[in-house]
Design a protein around this ligand. Structure first.
Ligand SMILES: *Cc1c(COP(=O)(O)O)cnc(C)c1O
Length: 408
């Protein structure tokens, strides 16, 4: 039993979908990919209806998991909900490596060990609701793992394509959780092209980032959770490791919906989109004042989850960052690895490299005066550090020999 909220059907308040570029309207309860102009579709809700059905106090009385936000989520039939136990993730202080006002939202504790679970639990539930039987996806690892887990659980067939240098643990967890996984000699957008071609031939449904409308609704729960965890105020700044940008776009949407509900005021955190300097298309576009980001050639970084040379929601990321008064920031691999190392050694929290990137960016922002140390800051650690390679620890001890206890 995961959540007593799920024992009865609740209404959902989805009214329609909207093209994020043109505002063109699309009907709810139909299978959708991108809009006619090739851009992401966004879900719209009857927020007056949500407000009448659910108050902040009623919400507070519910178990603190992802499904407590049911009225702001798209699944209509309770029987279509698939769950592996999507908890509210904790905010962990890192006073030594970060600072007195720095909290890490530790998403590594979600099912499949990453925040991709938030997006995929929603997208798979909706795929089930809409009758999809076969799904394909390009992935840098964690999204494929979450897809495999949830889709296998509901009996949907999945085919996953990843760059050939995807972390080994990701490729194997995808296979182990029942998907067919292929290593492709290219980057994630090359994998995406294969998925797109198969989808155009009607072989499968395309689950690429933002190419179906429901992953963003699942990722939106990060923003809803933050608001509740901060007592219906928001932090001053959020540092988000940005690949496809689903989470950043989703949080921005969540804040907007919460304000319309009257649950938060107009104040917003400054949103910092963090990228690796070896793959920083959003940073380049931000600095050039562009609305869209060009493809980043020869992308490379230790932070595989943010090695995304081109994002279909680029303009939505840039828009949210600019409206919030934030920035797009690039950090080098050495700073990323140092941040991971410092946080583990002095605060006991093992970050993934992408989480390390947010700490590295925060430190740099502090140095340049972009943020103040009095400000309340949230850094996103998007996956458990246990999935990633760690430095060797080769020391051994012979229990049969004399032990020099002073040297231990
Ligand atoms: C997918 C992923 C990201 C990037 O998330 P987006 O919302 O797609 O930008 C960052 N870190 C990790 C570990 C990921 O798996």
């Amino acid at each position: 039993m995961i959540n007593t909220n799920l024992t009865t059907d609740r209404p959902t308040f989805v009214t329609h979908l909207e093209c994020s570029m043109t505002g063109e309207r699309y009907e709810a309860d139909r299978l959708h990919g991108l809009s006619r102009v090739g851009r992401p579709l966004l879900l719209r809700y009857d927020l007056d209806g949500v407000g009448a059905a659910l108050g902040r106090d009623a919400l507070a009385a519910r178990p603190t998991d992802l499904w407590r936000w049911r009225e702001l989520l798209p699944v209509r039939q309770t029987r279509n909900i698939v769950s592996l136990g999507e908890i509210e993730t904790p905010l962990v202080p890192i006073p030594r490596s970060g600072g007195a006002n720095v909290l890490v939202k530790d998403e590594g504790r979600l099912p499949t060990g990453s925040f991709k679970a938030r997006g995929l639990v929603m997208a798979v539930a909706m795929a089930k609701e809409l009758g999809v039987t076969r799904i394909a996806m390009p992935t840098n690892g964690n999204a494929g793992a979450a897809l495999a887990a949830y889709a296998s659980r509901v009996g949907i067939e999945t085919i996953v394509f990843c760059p050939e240098d995807t972390p080994e643990v990701n490729v194997r967890e995808i296979a182990m959780q029942g998907a067919r996984v292929w290593r492709v000699n290219g980057l994630i957008d090359d994998c995406g092209a294969i998925v797109g071609k198969g989808a155009a031939e009607g072989r499968w449904f395309d689950f690429s980032t933002l190419k179906e409308p429901y992953r963003i609704e699942g990722k939106k729960t990060m923003g809803l959770e933050l608001a509740a965890q901060f007592g219906w105020e928001l932090p001053d700044a959020i540092f988000y490791p940005t690949g496809g940008g689903t989470g950043l776009i989703g949080m921005w949407k969540a804040f907007d919906e919460l304000e319309r509900l009257g649950w938060i005021g107009p104040a917003r955190p400054r949103m910092y989109a963090v990228q690796a300097s070896g793959c920083a298309p959003i940073v380049r576009a931000f600095e050039a004042g562009e609305e869209h980001a060009e493809r980043w050639e020869d992308a490379h970084t230790v932070a595989a989850g943010i090695r995304v040379p081109r994002a279909v929601g680029d303009f939505l990321i840039l828009r949210a960052v600019r409206e919030s008064g934030g920035k797009a920031l690039g950090v080098g691999d050495p700073a990323i690895l140092k941040a991971v190392n410092d946080c583990a050694r002095s605060d006991g929290l093992l970050l993934c490299p992408e989480g390390g990137a947010t700490l590295a960016a925060y430190r740099e922002a502090l140095r340049t005066g972009e943020v103040d140390e009095d400000e309340r800051v949230v850094l996103f650690n998007c996956a458990t550090g246990l999935k990633y390679p760690m430095p060797p620890a080769p020391a051994t001890l012979d229990r049969h020999a004399a032990i020099d206890f002073d040297a231990l």
